[in-house]
Design a protein around this ligand. Structure first.
Ligand SMILES: [Zn+2]
Length: 593
């Protein structure tokens, strides 16, 4: 009896759920130089008298509310007989359609797409690029519905590159909305080539000319994929797509589960810049594990309607930043010194940033939406990057693990553990507490000290202790007090103050951002004069500065300040024990040929 009632309830619930809904999208681009994508969305199989469609406010991986609905002018809807249905806008990104008596609904809108970055969409007569969250709406409450997308390319566009599953000529399928918008689409006449690595077929789609050499890229990108697959123990994709935009002003990369978009300077493929490119490849590729699969609870399934908060971006972006350089070492691109210079450079950057004493890295993660992605003239005084600080904490944890397990385990083992416990078992994200608990279980000890001091606190890490494990003596090579005014000022015409360091002489004695510096000691100065003059001063020296603030002239007498900045370096101090750990830490594990 009980069982029968349960079954009946289950059936009733099933018919009310979204399982019967069917969604298909059509994408057109008939007038590419108007920069509008034409979108048609056909929805059938629903019974409600109204339907809400929504445009996301953000793109996963890029933690800023971008209000993609700002690019939509009008939304119209018709039923299966072509009769116009009433459409009402009820919030900044929600349209409500009256669906009384309608069996299916055809929704039409155009999207203005003229922002070429990895996180937005773009169309002109050279190509179309879509990041789905800025083009495709979803039916509210039905993001789990599968469907099809058919694309009509502009007449001169001959190629479509996307990791969506192809079902026919220019027809693709998706299993839910998350997948649809996690597969960016490049449409145009891009050059494509393939390489196989880590048991995965990789396609590279190149938009725009550049100084790249295909055989070199095939070899180098494959080495990075091999190093990463080895670290994580398995590569979950069968196919993977790199969309690469070769442009003048690049915006970096954005990660997806089975693809990535990289936007780089078109001349990046030679010399020192090329290492920067390979490190970007290593970074975005590693995200297919770290953040796209192994992830905090807030980061998938996504809420496209508002900010998705997590304290853990220092793990998602920081660990990935640590690994992007480490993989270049493991794949043989950096020698030991080059790698150590990268690490010490990041430490010096973080430890000399005033905001590092103000904002802990957990809050830097949580507030990415209003701080990291919305920098102001005061940001360096009050914030620290979860990329850089997270990279350092990843390095310290790696060294701690290596020491603890006597160079038989490293951070890879912990990442594989997280991947297994959360992604492979249940495909779920972890909470902040679950992350710490997994680390503690892995290490077999309480790690509160680490989280309290370094993640939720701003205490300077005990670098010396961590680097001693691998035979590197860590110390500040220069703690002398140097003259320091604390003003950043620039301008070819007027010399305008763009930044003031917190606690500096400039702040304490009256200068402010936006002040125009006109004269020093009665003489007009330009940027060169000003920079040269400041260099001649010692702490305590007085001078007069004439400024204009909102066109009111003021004279201040300033006294030059002083500051001891940190310049950390490593000195090798090897013995058998720590040299073994060092060699394991910076091992090269992809043989050169
Ligand atoms: Zn990243």
């Amino acid at each position: 009896m009980r069982k029968i009632i349960f079954l009946l309830l289950a059936v009733a619930y099933y018919s009310l759920s979204s399982a019967a809904l069917d969604i298909s999208y059509k994408l057109g681009m008939s007038k590419p130089n108007s920069h509008y994508f034409e979108v048609e969305m056909n929805v059938s199989g629903f019974t409600d008298t109204s339907m809400r469609v929504k445009m996301p406010v953000w793109a996963p991986g890029s933690y800023l509310v971008r209000e993609f609905s700002k690019n939509i002018n009008t939304v119209t809807a018709t039923d299966e007989k072509g009769k116009t249905l009433e459409v009402k806008k009820i919030s900044k990104n929600t349209w409500e359609i009256n669906t009384t008596n309608a069996k299916s609904v055809n929704i039409r809108y155009d999207v203005y797409a003229f922002e070429l970055s990895v996180r937005t969409s773009f169309l002109d007569d050279s190509h179309g690029y879509l990041n789905g969250t800025s083009v495709f709406m979803y039916v509210d409450g039905h993001q789990d519905v599968k469907g099809k997308l058919s694309i009509t390319p502009y007449s001169t566009f001959k190629k479509i590159s996307t990791s969506l599953k192809q079902e026919g000529n220019n027809v693709y399928s998706f299993t839910n909305y998350d997948e649809l918008v996690d597969c960016p689409i490049e449409i145009g006449n891009q050059e494509t080539f393939q390489f196989e690595a880590g048991g995965v077929n990789h396609t590279v789609a190149m938009y725009g000319e550049g100084n790249y050499d295909i055989p070199t890229l095939q070899k180098d990108m494959a080495r990075i994929v091999e190093a990463e697959t080895k670290a994580m123990g398995e590569n979950p994709n069968k196919d993977y797509l790199f969309i690469i935009h070769n442009v003048t002003d690049p915006s970096g990369g954005l990660e997806h589960k089975s693809s990535t978009t990289l936007e780089v300077n078109r001349w990046t493929y030679q010399g020192d810049d090329y290492m920067g490119f390979l490190s970007l490849v290593a970074h975005e590729y590693f995200h297919l594990w770290n953040v796209k699969r192994l992830r905090p609870k807030a980061l998938g399934p996504f809420n496209y309607d508002e900010e998705n908060y997590t304290d853990l971006l220092w793990v998602m972006e920081g660990f990935t930043s640590y690994y992007d350089e480490l993989f270049l070492r493991r794949a043989g691109y950096y020698n030991e010194d080059e790698y150590l210079n990268k690490i010490i450079g990041t430490i010096n950057y973080v430890e000399n940033q005033p905001g590092n004493q103000v904002q802990c890295v957990a809050h830097s993660s949580f507030d990415a939406w209003i701080k990291a992605y919305r920098p102001t003239e005061n940001s360096s005084n009050t914030t620290i990057s979860y990329y850089s600080k997270g990279q350092i904490l990843a390095a310290l944890l790696d060294l701690y693990i290596i020491q603890k397990f006597n160079a038989e385990k490293c951070i890879d083992d912990f990442m594989r553990r997280l991947y297994k416990d959360f992604y492979l078992k249940n495909d779920v994200g972890f909470t902040e507490a679950e992350f710490q608990a997994t680390l503690e279980d892995f290490l077999g000890e309480d790690m509160d000290w680490f989280f309290t001091k370094y993640v939720y606190g701003t205490e300077t890490p005990d670098y010396k202790k961590f680097f001693d494990y691998v035979g590197l003596t860590f110390y500040n090579s220069d703690d002398s007090v140097k003259p320091f005014l604390g003003v950043r000022a620039s301008g070819s015409g007027r010399l305008i103050i763009s930044g003031i360091t917190a606690g500096s002489a400039a702040e304490e004695q009256g200068l402010s951002v936006n002040d125009e510096i006109i004269a020093i000691n009665g003489y007009r100065v330009d940027q060169n004069d000003f920079d040269a003059f400041v260099k001649t001063l010692d702490p305590g020296d007085e001078f007069e500065v004439l400024i204009s603030r909102d066109n009111v002239l003021k004279t201040y007498t300033l006294k030059m300040g002083g500051k001891s900045s940190k310049k950390y370096i490593f000195k090798p101090n090897f013995n058998d024990e720590n040299r073994k750990r060092f060699d394991y830490w910076l091992r090269v594990d992809i043989a050169h040929h």
